[in-house]
Design a binder for this molecule. Structure first.
Ligand SMILES: Nc1ncnc2c1ncn2[C@@H]1O[C@H](COP(=O)(O)OP(=O)(O)OP(=O)(O)O)[C@@H](O)[C@H]1O
Ligand SMILES: [Mg+2]
Length: 276
């Protein structure tokens, strides 16, 4: 295929040939050139070339717009992810730390006043609950455990946690996928799995779900199935951000996906992403 500049040269050459031909014809024609059949055909050819050029420009402009829009969406998600990481850090380090300090202070006062079931104790319990809540929110904003425990264990732990909280049986078969993606892509991939699992517990009503993650030299392939009620994709099913974000994140990690879902037959996600 020609590149863009290749097309311009071919068209310039065609126009040059038509112009040179026109000049030759006008010199040798006995009647005015616009009265000849030759002229009619050449006008048609020039009009066809101009129309072709306009169409080409229109298609290219559309493609460029689409590409710019996709880049914009990817940038928004990436910026959001960075922002969340900062907020998670602030929450954990400053608010979490202050709360821990408050709790130590309260415990010292409880001991000093030997009032172990009074208001101070209640306040201390509330502070401990708040610390847990802050940790949970900060974990949600940025899955820091990926850095500590690796992606493989983080996904396993997420499935176990959701299974314990909801009673849905998650069958997790996961090969080691630590350090095969860049750190940014690890977070993106984790978010994709997180949203698929969130959707299962929120919408599917499933009893069983399975997560199969395999790693080859070049790809990570992922299959997530549930035996829930399934759904059909319609404008109303696209009101949430989850599926749209999954699509966008898969584009960011340069992967491909396919999902099948039918009312009453569960949902089946297949995702393939390249390793770094
Ligand atoms: N595993 C599933 N089983 C059944 N229905 C599903 C499943 N996953 C998604 N859906 C349907 O697809 C819709 C769109 O999902 P999506 O994640 O985009 O939005 P949401 O979960 O409703 O909102 P959000 O993700 O923004 O909190 C859901 O409202 C639900 O009806
Ligand atoms: Mg969702």
């Amino acid at each position: 295929m020609f590149k863009k500049s290749g097309y311009v040269w071919v068209i310039a050459l065609l126009l040059l040939i038509i112009a040179a031909d026109g000049y030759y014809q006008s010199q040798s024609s006995p009647v005015p050139i616009w009265q000849t059949e030759w002229f009619l055909w050449r006008v048609c050819a020039v009009v066809a070339i101009i129309l072709g050029l306009l169409y080409y420009g229109y298609i290219m402009a559309g493609k460029k717009k689409q590409k710019e829009f996709e880049e914009f969406k990817a940038k928004v998600l990436e910026a959001q992810e960075k922002e969340w990481k900062v907020i998670a850090g602030e929450l954990h380090d400053s608010i979490g730390q202050n709360l821990s300090a408050i709790n130590i202070f309260l415990q010292q006062n409880i001991k000093a006043s030997s009032n172990e079931s009074g208001n101070l104790q209640q306040a201390s319990e509330l502070v401990v609950e708040t610390i847990d809540e802050v940790r949970r929110i900060s974990q949600k904003l940025y899955p820091k455990q990926i850095e500590r425990l690796g992606l493989t264990v983080s996904i396993q732990a997420m499935a176990e946690r959701l299974s314990a909280a909801t009673g849905i049986k998650f069958d997790v078969q996961i090969e080691n996928i630590d350090n095969v993606l860049t750190r940014e892509n690890e977070v993106q991939y984790f978010r994709i799995i997180q949203e698929i699992l969130n959707n299962i517990i929120k919408h599917s009503g499933a009893k069983n779900a399975s997560i199969i993650i395999k790693r080859s030299i070049m790809f990570i392939t992922t299959e997530v199935n549930d035996d829930g009620k399934g759904f059909t994709v319609s404008p109303s099913s696209m009101l949430g951000f989850g599926l749209l974000n999954i699509e966008e994140r898969i584009r960011i990690v340069k992967g491909v996906y396919d999902f099948k879902s039918e009312e009453g037959k569960g949902t089946d996600f297949k995702i393939t992403i390249p390793v770094k």
